[in-house]
Design a protein. Structure first.
Length: 201
C-alpha cells in the first residue's frame, strides 16, 4: 500500500470513528428521522381524570365539569395545535373520519398551543347551559358557557322516544398547523360527551 492510499484509509477511518463517538451528543441537537407512525393523541377525561364519569344529565344554570381535554405529540418534532369546542344536536353532523373532514358546526371555544415531541398538554373545560326553553315538544338551548365565556347557539332538539330525552353533544376537534400552507388543518381526531337536557318545569 503506497503512502497516498494509506493516508486516505487513515483519514476515512478516523472520520468514521469520530462520527460514531459523536453520535450520542449530536442527537441532542439534531433531529434524526424516527421509525414508526407519526400521530397526535387526543383524549377527554372526567372530573376524576378517568374515562367513565362524564357529565350527562344537564339542567339549565348548572355548572358542569371540569372535564379535561388532553393532547400528546408523537409527530417527531414540535407542533402547533388548535382544539375547537363545538356543540350540536343529534341530527347535526360530526366530523367525517372517512374523508378527514371536520364538522361544519361553527367553533365556539378554542385552545391554541405548541408541543414538543413527546410532550403532553392538558386543560380543564367547564360548561353551563343557559336560556333553555320547551315549546310544542321542541327544546331550545339558547346559550352555552364554556370556561365562563358565553356563546349564543339557539340549538333545537326534538324528543328522542327511543332513549327518552333531549340529547346534545359537546365535542372537541384537533387541528394541526401546516407550515407549507400556513394554516391549520383538521387532524382527523375528535372526542365528545353526550348530554341529556333535563327540561324546565
Amino acid at each position: 500500500m503506497n503512502l497516498d492510499k494509506y493516508r486516505t484509509f487513515f483519514v476515512v477511518g478516523n472520520l468514521v470513528l469520530i462520527l460514531a463517538a459523536a453520535f450520542p451528543g449530536l442527537s441532542v441537537f439534531v433531529s434524526f428521522p424516527m421509525g414508526g407512525e407519526r400521530f397526535s393523541e387526543l383524549w377527554l377525561l372526567d372530573p376524576e381524570l378517568r374515562a367513565e364519569g362524564y357529565p350527562f344529565n344537564t339542567t339549565e344554570g348548572e355548572l358542569q365539569g371540569p372535564v379535561y381535554v388532553g393532547v400528546r405529540n408523537h409527530m417527531g418534532c414540535s407542533q402547533h395545535y388548535l382544539v375547537y369546542a363545538k356543540f350540536r344536536n343529534m341530527t347535526q353532523p360530526l366530523p367525517n373520519s372517512t374523508l378527514s373532514r371536520p364538522s361544519p358546526m361553527p367553533p365556539l371555544f378554542e385552545f391554541r398551543f405548541f408541543l414538543e415531541d413527546g410532550a403532553v398538554w392538558e386543560a380543564p373545560i367547564t360548561f353551563e347551559v343557559l336560556n333553555m326553553s320547551l315549546q310544542n315538544g321542541v327544546l331550545v338551548v339558547g346559550n352555552i358557557l364554556i370556561n365562563g365565556v358565553d356563546f349564543s347557539v339557539d340549538n333545537i332538539s326534538t324528543w328522542n322516544s327511543d332513549y327518552g330525552g333531549f340529547f346534545y353533544q359537546l365535542f372537541l376537534e384537533l387541528w394541526l398547523y401546516d407550515g407549507t400552507a400556513q394554516s391549520f388543518h383538521y387532524n382527523n381526531r375528535f372526542v365528545g360527551i353526550l348530554l341529556n337536557m333535563i327540561t324546565p318545569h
